[in-house]
Design a protein around this ligand. Sequence first.
Ligand code: S3P
Length: 448
Amino acid sequence: MSAGVIAKPAVACRSGALRGAVRIPGDKSMSHRALMLGGLAAGRTRIAGLLEGEDIFNTARAMQALGATVRKEDGTWIVDGVGNGALLEPEAPLDFGNAGTGCGLIMGLVGVYDFATTFVGDASLVMRPMDRVLDPLRQMGVQVVSAQGGRLPVTLRGPKTANPVSYRLPMASADVKSAVLLAGLNAPGITTVIEPVPTRDHTERMLQAFGANLTVEAGAEGERIVRLEGQGRLTGQDIDIPGDPSSAAFPLVAALVVPGSDVTLLNVVMNPNRTGLILTLKEMGARIDVLKTRHQGGEDVADLRVRFSELKGIAVPEDRAASMIDEYPALAIAAAFAEGRTVMSGLAELRLKKSDRLAAVAFGLKLNGVDCEEGPASLVVHGRPDGKGLGNAAGAAVATHLDHRIAMSFLAMGLATEHPVAVDDATMIAASFPGFMELMAGLGATIE
Ligand code: S3P
C-alpha cells in the first residue's frame, strides 16, 4: 500500500488455460534513467513507452523539483532538461514513495551539488539501508545528515567541488553503481566504478546515448571497469522504452503453470543482465520461444511465446543471481509446481529489496501449503506439479509488506493451485505494473 492508500486485498483462483498476446509495460529501470538523464541534459528528450507507474511518477516529480520540465503530449513524455551541472535546489523534501531505485540514483545525481537536498519515502522505503549509496557519496565529499543511521529521511549537501572517486562495488548493485556514475557527472575528471559481478548496465548505455564520455573495459580478473568523464555535455534524446522483463515474469510464470496456456509477451527487454530467469526456467524444462529479436531503445528486445510446461527442479547457479535478482519471487512460484527440489542460493541481496523478499516468499509458500526451507541467503522449494492441496482453503492472505513483486507472484500462483491464493493488498502493484489485473483478466485469469 502506498502512503495514505487503503489496502485492497485480492484473491487468485484456479483458472482455465491462459491465452493471448499482451504488451508488457515499459522497463522500470530504463524509465527512471530516461527521466533523470532527460531532466539533466541540455534540450529536449522525448520518451515513448515510459512506464506510467507510481515509482516512475515519483522520479518525474523529483526531476521537476530539481528544475526540469516533464509533461505528456500525445502519448509521448517530453522532458526539457536543465543542462549538466545546472540542477536547482529543491524547495521541499523529495518524496520517493516506495521507490528505492529512484531515491538511490537521485541521491547520486543531486547529492554532489553544493546545496541541501532532503529525501523521504514511505513505510517500506524508510526501512531500506541507504548506506551502500551514501558511503561512496561521502568519499566524493558529500555531507550526509541522517538521524536513522543511513535510513530515510536523509539530507545531503555536496562540497564546492566533488571529488571523482574510483569505487569498487562491495556488493552486486546496479543502484549503487548508477548512483556513483550519476554523481560523477558533476565531478571534475574521471569517476571509475569497478564491478566484480556485472549488474544491469542501462545507466552506462543511456549515458553514452546522451553523449557522455563513458568507457567500459574488462579488468585482469574479469571485473568490469566503467570510467566516466565528469562535467561533460549531455544532449536530449528520443528514447523508445521496451517492455520490462521483470514485469513479464508474472504472466510468464502464470502461463508455465496453468495447464493448456499459450501466451505471447510482446516487446520484452533481452539485455543479458536481465535474462537470468528465462535461462533458468528453460533449464527447468520451460517452453519459452524467443521470437523476432530486434533492437529498440539501445537494447535487444524480443517477443516471448510461453506455453504450459512440465517443470523439473534444479539448483540455480549462484553467479546468476544479479541477472535475475528481482525475479526470485516469480521463480519460487514456478518451483512450487516443478517436480522435485529447486535450490536457490546467493540471495543475501533479496532481503534488502522493497521487503525482505526471502522471508516474504517463504512465508507465502508455507501459508499456501508449499514445502520450503529458508536459509540466511537461500531458499529450497519442494514442488507439487499438479498444485493439488496447494492454496489456502481458509482464505488466509499472504502478507505483501508493500511489495508489488510479492503481490504479483502469489496472484500468479493462485491461478494453478487447488485452493485460492489471497494477498493482503494489491494497491502497490501500481508501482511497477499499472493494468496488471486487466492484463491478466484479458488472458483468462480469475483474480478478484
Ligand atoms: C535496479 C537495480 C536492482 C533492482 C531494482 C532496480 C535498477 O537493484 O533490484 O529493482 O534499476 O538499478 P540493485 O541495486 O540491488 O542491483
